[in-house]
Design a protein around this ligand. Structure first.
Ligand code: GLN
Length: 546
């Protein structure tokens, strides 16, 4: 019989509920339990696939083609929980399903209401996670307690605990303990209010996880315990981490959170094994070599837009014992200033995925700079399409080469819509989504990097390399090293006349973990590290007195 943990948040958003939930998942797994991770999101979009990165950050893609919240990326990086479309439900998706049932007449004439129809749908979504292979379902409720949108979710999880039995369900509330400079004190009042609001809905948290800038004293813990009606040992501190997010589970473990959960839910758990994780965190703390990677894209102000890419670069750095410093390069700034100013100090260039016309010229100029200057280059999705267009224009002499995404009437559409995409009208959930197999060509860099013939990677795009131009491109030296053979689609290109130039139509960043970095990111960061070392060696020789 599965047990359930609900993680809610109070006071402010962006407290790191996703990281906390993922850390709990990791700790329980490391005690021999099988976890299933899930996120409920209160917004009305059916999924985040139609939202701009400015609104929502990265859209995380699952193997089964779900376009989901980026917190699922944390879940997958921290745990082995199966992550599917069932791992993320939004208000929109819940309502859509209820409305479709109503149209089919499934409610047999009843008035359809938030309670019980919407709440039943939410509870069913949670129960779906409780498969035979899962001991503990961990469900994070997005938003902040007190939001209008969160209410049906909170009501549903209250009912859920009543129905399943309070001993099988645990409520963990993440809250902020702000430090007020003028008073020189940490303050508990906002947390008291947010717990009071939860209790008004009928939810008494079992554990308070307290985000703080500074360590809380015993008196603070006692105060929170009394006002929030939570046992003292269940007031857990989660201080800001300084080096890496992968420290969070270690901190929660130090404060006894895993033991508390195991006891409260009467789980038959083993000893905690965290040695390899701790070693990984220690490696991060002690990195003294540095490599600089330029990421040239469109949404550079926000850390969340390319979250999985930044994490994957860090993972690769850990495996080569080098700190990856990311320099965010705005593609439009490259258009203004030229590529060299922005790229001459980086050791590698990554051009990530994206949509729409803005900034593409700058991305293309930066790819050209990397190709012509032997700068390690890694293109992902739109980044690969840019590389193909750049190659077609500047190496094959196909001047007007473009993608029909940017110029529908382009005379040389080296990137084009697949036939099956041509009639698509709805934007939501209609791209080429999820995992597809890719066959690697032997003798290529991609093949040697993966060390396998067949791989599986996740996709999220509409446009593809146009097969009509394949021969022209390969005749000039571009190598097609990965194919989706069933539809004969180009998945990986490389340029052998270069130290490291690889671009992929898929999104490898969704499959990298801190203890299992993705081979392409590892290869790319290694190439950049070697370039940086060579550059350093050259400057130090030049700098020596004669
Ligand atoms: N806009 C491109 C397409 O739809 C690339 C998408 C992406 O980079 N994820 O094909």
């Amino acid at each position: 019989m599965a047990r359930y943990i609900f993680v809610t948040g109070g006071v402010v958003s962006s407290l790191g509920k996703g990281l906390t939930a993922a850390s709990i998942g990791l700790l329980l797994e490391r005690r021999g339990l099988r976890v299933g991770m899930q996120k409920l999101d209160p917004y009305i979009n059916v999924d985040p696939g139609t939202m701009s990165p400015y609104q929502h950050g990265e859209v995380y893609v699952t193997d089964d083609g779900g376009e989901t919240d980026l917190d699922l990326g944390h879940y997958e990086r921290f745990t082995h929980s199966p992550i599917t479309k069932s791992s993320n439900y939004t208000t929109g998706r819940i309502y859509l399903s209820v409305i479709e049932k109503e149209r089919r007449g499934e409610y047999l004439g009843s008035t359809v209401q938030v309670v019980p129809h919407i709440t039943n749908e939410i509870k069913a979504a949670v129960l779906k996670m409780a498969t035979q292979d899962v001991d503990v379902v961990i469900t994070e409720v997005g938003g902040t307690v007190g939001d209008i949108e969160s209410l049906p979710f909170l009501e549903a999880i209250r009912q859920f605990a009543l129905e399943q039995g309070r001993d099988k369900v645990m409520f963990i509330h993440l809250t902020l303990i702000p430090y007020i400079k003028a008073a020189g004190e940490l303050k508990t009042k906002p947390s008291q209010h947010s717990v009071a609001q939860l209790r008004q809905i009928g939810i008494q948290p079992d554990v308070l996880v307290c985000r703080t800038e500074r360590t809380m004293g015993d008196d603070m813990r006692s105060k929170l315990s009394m006002f929030c009606n939570v046992p003292r040992e269940a007031v857990i501190e989660e201080c800001d981490v300084t080096t890496t997010i992968y420290e969070v589970p270690l901190m929660l473990q130090e404060h006894g959170l895993d033991e508390l959960i195991v006891r409260r839910l009467q789980l038959s758990a083993g000893e905690l094994h965290m040695d390899d994780w701790r070693e990984m965190v220690n490696t991060v703390r002690n990195l003294d070599e540095e490599v600089v990677i330029g990421v040239c894209g469109k949404y550079m102000q926000l850390n969340d837009s390319y979250k999985s890419i930044y994490e994957s670069l860090a993972h690769a750095g850990i495996s080569h014992k080098v700190k990856v410093r990311v320099v965010k390069i705005d593609a439009e700034a490259v258009e203004r200033d030229g590529a060299e100013v922005h790229l001459k100090h980086v050791d590698g260039l990554l051009v990530p995925g994206g949509f729409g016309h803005r900034g593409i010229q700058g991305k293309m100029e930066s790819v050209r700079y990397a190709r012509e200057n032997g700068l390690p280059f890694f293109g992902i999705c739109l980044g690969m399409q840019m590389a193909v267009i750049e190659f077609a224009r500047n190496v094959c002499g196909l001047g007007p080469a473009n993608s029909t995404e940017f110029d529908a009437d382009c005379p040389v559409p080296v990137i084009d819509l697949m036939d099956e995409q041509k009639g698509v009208e709805n934007k939501g959930g209609t791209m080429r989504l999820g995992a597809y197999p890719c066959t690697l060509q032997s003798g290529t860099l991609a093949h040697s990097i993966y060390g396998r013939d067949l791989i599986s990677e996740r996709h999220r795009h509409r446009f593809e390399v146009n097969n009509r131009y394949r021969q022209l491109l390969t005749a000039k030296g571009l190598v097609i090293s990965g194919l989706y053979t069933e539809k004969d689609l180009v998945e990986i290109i490389e340029y052998p006349d270069h130290p490291w130039f690889v671009a992929v139509q898929f999104h490898p960043e969704f499959q990298s973990k801190p203890l299992a970095p993705h081979p392409l990111f590892r290869g790319f960061v290694r190439a950049a590290q070697l370039r940086a070392r060579a550059k350093r060696a050259k400057t130090s020789v030049q700098g020596e007195p004669r």
